[in-house]
Design a protein. Sequence first.
Length: 58
Amino acid sequence: MANPFALAAALRRGTATIVCPHCGLKKVVANQPAHHRVCPRCKKQFPDPLTAKVRRKR
């Protein structure tokens, strides 16, 4: 049998928790960047916090 702690750590690596900026709902999603996210509670769109931000040179 696999160690339950090691198994939980391996499964947790592929997920991330995001928070809706409108209603504050916490949601566990796959750790894949997307263009935007839609909150299941308030149905509003917001930019994905997992995508890399583009830094502009000054």
